[in-house]
Design a binder for this molecule. Sequence first.
Ligand code: LLP
Length: 414
Amino acid sequence: MHRFEYRDGELYCEDVRVRDVVAKYGTPLYLYSRNTFKDHFYRLKEAFKEVRPIICYSVKANSNLAVLDTLRQCGAGFDVVSSGEIFRVQQIGADPRKVVYASVGKDEADIRLALDWGILMFNVESEAELWLINNVAQKMGKKAKVALRINPDVDARTHDYITTAKKENKFGIDLYTAETIFANKRRYPNVEIVGLHIHIGSQIIDTRPYLTALEKVKQFISRIQSYKPRLKYLNIGGGLGIRYKDERPDTADRFAERVLPAIKSLGLRLIMEPGRFIAGNSGIFLTKVIYVKRTPAKNFVVVDGGMNDLIRPSLYKAYHFIWPIEDRARDRMVADVVGPICESGDFFAKDRDLPVVDRGDILAVFSAGAYGFVMASNYNSRPRPAEVMVDKDKVFLIRKRESFKDLIRGEKII
Ligand code: LLP
C-alpha cells in the first residue's frame, strides 16, 4: 500500500499532483510520501504490538534527514552501519538507547564514537571485532553491550547480492565460533553479550527462511545454556520484501502471525531492522523523456535519469514499474528505458511494454524509496537529483539538487 495513485489520468502523491512538483523542481527527482513511511512503520508496530518490539529503521535504505526525523517522531529507533549514519541520526536528535550498530568492518574510531554516544548495542560480526570492542571499551572505562550476529546458514531465496546468512557470506559469526565465544566470555570483561542478532537477507518474499533461522537460534540458545548467557534481546534484522511487480510477500500481520510463536517461546525482547518495508514504496523516481530512438533492432526511450541516480535495475536486474505521470489512452510500444550514461548497463527497464511516449513526457519509476537516492553517485559528472517530500497537500524540498560546483567540491589542481 502506498499513497501514489492516478486520479483522472494524473499521478498524485497524497494530495499533490506530481506534474506540479516536476514543474517546480525539475527532473530527475526523488519524490516521497511522508504518510506512506508512517503507515508502513505503524503497520509493523501494530502487527507485533503484543511483544512491544524495538523497531530500528535501517538507515541505509533511505537516510535523508526528513525521512529519519519522520520515523523518529513515530517512535522508531535506528539500525546504523557506519559513523556517517551515526552522524545523521544524531542530527535529528535520535535517542541513542534505540540505536543498534551492525557492519563487518567497524574500526576503532567507529566503536569509540558509538560507545561515547551510548548506543543500545553493537551487532558484532566476528571474534576479532569482539576483541576490538572489548579493548576500546576497556580504554574508555566502559562496558559495551553487544549482540552476536550469528550466521545461521540459511538461504533466504533472494538475489545473490542481498543474501546474507549462508555460510559463504561475509556476515555474522558461524554457530561453532559463537558457541566458543559464550564459553570464553570471561575473556571479554568489558563486553556484555545481551542479545543475538540475525539478518538473513533482503527482499525476502517467503517467511519460511525466517522460521528456519529462528529454529536454529532456538537450538543454539539451548546449546549454550551451560555457559549461563544473560540474553535479553533477539534482533531478527530486516529483509521483509515488498511488491515491485507481482510478488506477494506476507503482509506485516501475516508475517507476525507466523514468526511470533517462535519469538515468544524464546522470551527475549524483540528488535527489528526494517528498511525496504518502510521506505521502498514510499518513494518514486521521476525522469523526463529526452528522445525516443527507434532502431531496426529495438526501441529505446532515452530519459534524463541514469544508473548513477537509481542503480537497482543495473546492479540487480531489479524490476521497477514505470509509467507516464499522465495516464491517457495511448498506443503501446515495447522499448528499453535507458539513461544518458556511457554504459550498456545504464537502463531502468528492458523490453518493457509501455504507452507510446514522446520527448518531454515524464515517467515515474515506482518503488524507488529504498536503496534509491542513497546509492546514487556522481558518475559521468552528473549532479545528484533533488529529493522532495509531500505531506498531504504540502510539498517540501528535503535535499537540493546538486550543482556543478558540488561536483568539484574539495578538488584541487596541482
Ligand atoms: N539489517 C541489516 C544488518 C542489513 O544489512 C540490512 C540491509 C537491513 C537490516 C535492512 O534490510 P531491508 O529490510 O531493507 O531488506 N541495495 C539492496 C539491498 C541491500 C540490503 C543491505 N542490508 C537493494 O537495493 O535491493
